[in-house]
Structures are given as structure tokens and as C-alpha cells.
Design a protein around this ligand. Structure first.
Ligand code: ADP
Ligand code: MG
Length: 304
């Protein structure tokens, strides 16, 4: 495409809320034959809500929440934010019955983020883990059948289950639900009519991922992948001769956004993802994946 055509398309994109960072992405987007979508925050709204909290130990709900709050306090993950909000609400209820106190404002020491699995930290003299089963495995925490049942019940309902371990034992768990974006299904269907196949790649577990994929009409799912794994899947698709776009919102998506032929970041996503991408979908609407490809097609066929 001519520099003028690129300039026109870039301007047009900007007015539509599709920020195109360079001519290269514009040259490539019309060739895309496969699009890899992240799940949380990309296909889903990204505002999970806690719908269930379950204790698997004799500790009080209040103490349990305090531990988990402290561990999640410094996490930027949407699941952490959902839990903090929910726990605060629970606390308000508990506090109105008891004496209010300030002991809930604890923060974990030695806080660590484990990308794609959860967080860890020390609260008082206790080691707290908040995350999925893989995080528990990493720390050799045993997940009892009773807990397994709670997990699979929730996953079948497309919910994500989070375990909280204190000093090496699962003390409780909570489940979050994160609805799919209203436009997701239509966009996937439309892309298929354009000859573009859609694939979901997520750090979340297989059961939840499969349930969400079904809701939006995606047939190919790759779950339980870490950030490097996401990028590797992109490279595999490219080696199979596909031209691949990646759509994502998280820090965990940035290697994949870079590896893809065209990286598209959700505008509401993290700064790291936005920096790693070639195209930013300012409105965070999946319809603009099609808008971006359309802009590229028009540029190449010299519509303007
Ligand atoms: P996705 O690829 O769908 O955006 P992530 O890679 O961000 O998902 O996270 C994968 C999984 O890791 C989550 O579904 C959750 O089980 C767990 N996880 C990650 N961060 C946290 C956290 N701060 N608190 C609880 N669970 C977490
Ligand atoms: Mg995400």
C-alpha cells in the first residue's frame, strides 16, 4: 500500500476507535486466516463476580476472608478485584454485627504473582496461596475429593474456581462468574463467514474454558497455558501456514501479541498488552476486530 493509503486508513481507524500503530499491521491484517482470542477480559466482559465462597476448614469466614484479602490486595488480576469487592461487602455485614475493627487492612509480605496460576504471600506468620489447582500443585498442596467436587460443579457452570491455601492446606475456595461479551458470538460467526477460524487460548482451566467457548461458538480451545505457552501456540499455527492475529488484554497475553502476525489489544486492557500490540481496539468491542481487518482490506485494494 502507498504511504497515503496507510495514512488515510490510520486516520479512518482512529475515528472509528481502532488505533493502528504502523503500516506493517495494516499490510498484514487482510491476510489473516486464524484469530486467537484470550478468554478473560477479551471474550468475556472481564469483570468477574464472586458467586460462592466455601470454607474447607474450621476457621471463621471472617478470618478466611482476611487472609485472602491480604494475599490479593496487591494483585491487578480481575479475579483479585472481584474477591476484594465481595469480601468487603461480607465484612460490612459481619462488622455491623460485631465491633468494627481495623484488622482487615493487612497486606501480605513477600507478595508474588504467579502468571496464569495465582498469587502468594505471607500474612502474619502464615503462608497464603490464592489461585488455581496448578498453583496448589506447584506448592505440593493436596486437593481433597470434597474440594474437587466443589471445583467441578462450578466449572461445569462456566465459573472459575479459586482455591485459598493457608500453611499448605486448602482452607476454602470461591467461584467467580464472568459473562461473555454480548457481541462475541456474532463476531465469531461473522469471522467464519470471512473464512477466518477462531481459537481460544487461556490460562484458565479446561472445563471453564470449554463451557465459555461453547457459549461464543468457538470450536478450538487451548486451556491451562502460561504466557509463553500462549506465544508457542501462535508460532505452531504459523508453522502450519496460517497468518495469525492475536486478540488479548492481559500482561499474560503480551508475548503472544508480539508473536502474532497482527497483535490486537483490548483498549480496557493492561498497558503492557497495549504496548505489545500493533492495533488497539479502543472501545474494547470485539466487532472492531472485523473493523480492523476491513480497514486493511480496503487499504490493500486501494478503495481510497
Ligand atoms: P486468561 O488467560 O483467561 O486471561 P489468566 O492467565 O490471567 O487467565 O489466569 C489464569 C488463571 O489463573 C485464572 O483463571 C485463575 O484461576 C488463576 N489466577 C491468576 N491470577 C489470580 C489471582 N490474582 N487470584 C486468583 N486466581 C488467579
Ligand atoms: Mg485476559
Amino acid at each position: 500500500a502507498t504511504p497515503t493509503a496507510v495514512m488515510v486508513a490510520t486516520g479512518k481507524g482512529a475515528s472509528l476507535g481502532v488505533l493502528i500503530k504502523g503500516g506493517n499491521a495494516l499490510e498484514k491484517a487482510h491476510k489473516v486466516t486464524a484469530i486467537v482470542f484470550d478468554k478473560t477480559g477479551t471474550l468475556t466482559v472481564g469483570k468477574p463476580e464472586v458467586v460462592s465462597v466455601m470454607l474447607f476448614s474450621s476457621m471463621s469466614m471472617e478470618d478466611f476472608c482476611d487472609m485472602a484479602i491480604a494475599a490479593e490486595a496487591n494483585s491487578e488480576h480481575p479475579i483479585a478485584k472481584a474477591f476484594l469487592e465481595h469480601a468487603r461487602m461480607l465484612h460490612q455485614k459481619i462488622e455491623s454485627n460485631n465491633q468494627p475493627n481495623n484488622q482487615h487492612l493487612k497486606e501480605a509480605r513477600d507478595f508474588e504473582v504467579h502468571p496464569g496460576t495465582g498469587v502468594s504471600g505471607k500474612v502474619g506468620d502464615k503462608m497464603v496461596l490464592v489461585g488455581n489447582k496448578r498453583l496448589m500443585q506447584t506448592y505440593n498442596v493436596i486437593v481433597d475429593p470434597e474440594i474437587e467436587d466443589y471445583i467441578s460443579e462450578n466449572e461445569q457452570l462456566a465459573r472459575t474456581c479459586v482455591l485459598v491455601a493457608i500453611d499448605g492446606k486448602v482452607a476454602g475456595a470461591f467461584a467467580v462468574t464472568d459473562p461473555v461479551k454480548p457481541e462475541a458470538e456474532q463476531v465469531i460467526l461473522y469471522l467464519r463467514s470471512m473464512g477466518i477460524s477462531s481459537i481460544m487460548v487461556t490460562g484458565d482451566n479446561w472445563a471453564t474454558a470449554t463451557a465459555i467457548a461453547k457459549e461464543v461458538g468457538i470450536e478450538k480451545v487451548i486451556a491451562e497455558t502460561d504466557p509463553v505457552g500462549k506465544a508457542d501456540r501462535i508460532k505452531e499455527l504459523q508453522m502450519n501456514g496460517l497468518t495469525v492475529a492475536m486478540v488479548g488484554d492481559g500482561i499474560n497475553d503480551s508475548p503472544a501479541l508480539v508473536a502474532a502476525d497482527v497483535g490486537m489489544a483490548i483498549g480496557a486492557g493492561t498497558d503492557v498488552a497495549i504496548e505489545a500490540a500493533d492495533i488497539v481496539l479502543i472501545k474494547s468491542n470485539l466487532q472492531d476486530v472485523v473493523t480492523a481487518i476491513d480497514l486493511s482490506r480496503k487499504t490493500i485494494s486501494r478503495v481510497w
